[in-house]
Design a binder for this molecule. Sequence first.
Ligand code: ADP
Ligand code: MG
Length: 363
Amino acid sequence: MTSLSLKNVSKSYGTVEVLRNINLEIEQGELIVFVGPSGCGKSTLLRMIAGLERITGGTLEIDGMVVNDVPPAQRGIAMVFQSYALYPHMTVYDNMAFALKLAGKSRDEIDKAVRAAADRLQLTSYLDRLPKALSGGQRQRVAIGRSIVRDPKVFLFDEPLSNLDAALRVATRIEIAQLKESMPESTMVYVTHDQVEAMTLATRIVVLHGGDVEQFGAPLDLYERPANTFVAQFIGSPAMNLIEAEVTATGGTTSVRMADGGHADMPIASGEGDMGAAVRLGVRPEDLTVTESDDYLVSADVDMVEALGETTVLYFMSQNGEPGLIAKLPGIHQIAKGTSIRLTAAPEKLHLFDGDGKSFLYR
Ligand code: ADP
Ligand code: MG
């Protein structure tokens, strides 16, 4: 069943358009992540779903009902913010009970809901504490608990982990994943600028950039088949390498030649009109391997080596001021700075983008 439906949703502040024609169909039970760089419109889109921001174009449906003009409290949504927004003078119990008290629920009903949420979030032994006597992670769990007790149709999270330190972020991220698993019927929309959070939590990811949806798909779909160079470089770390190249053969298999003499054939279709076109070959750092063969993709001098134990990351000299290539080899390699190396990759791991940055797969 469709839980959230956005049709040509857009948002302008005066003459400034910050979101353009957003079309998304979100099924019940999904955990959708909006990801993108700061300022791309993630929070604005979430706040429009919540009803905290007016929609200036298009329609928003929740459970099949148009809610453009429905006030936030009647939309059946609950929102969790980065800043927790707990009442400092109330105990954990009272913070979680507050919305239910306002809604006029009975004392028994409230107690049952609060204790069930506390149990689910491992907060039972903290119910009598004030927020100031909790860690950041526990405070965020209380904020989540406050939304759970209301049994909303849709949960909205806006960068809930941003205020936590690195270790706690990972732990809390896993808790959110487990929480979602324990509530398979609930729909969640989660905003983050962190592609690792997006990859690990989402059933499907919406990549936003400058107010447009760049791609909407399953995490590994975006990793394996990015629609354009923006998604290619946003998903995955270190980012995908993009190498300037020229098309030398077209058809069911496309061949390209690089400036340094390297070449590649890949199982990606192209048309006769692409012959001679300036394109970009994409290859992920983790898909590159060292070769002695004359059949190489690129040949370059090692500029810096990072030996991390589990992987060795090689940084190559940048040519013509562009960021240099990065290769990520599994395990330990004794490679000195300045060494000249040839790199290759399996043909099925290669990506091809046209002059506009669009993937050949989606043309
Ligand atoms: P994100 O959450 O992805 O960082 P936001 O949704 O907060 O981005 O903001 C998207 C864009 O909308 C930004 O360029 C921001 O400056 C602009 N914006 C947000 N709120 C307002 C406002 N009240 N008036 C004018 N512009 C705004
Ligand atoms: Mg934001």
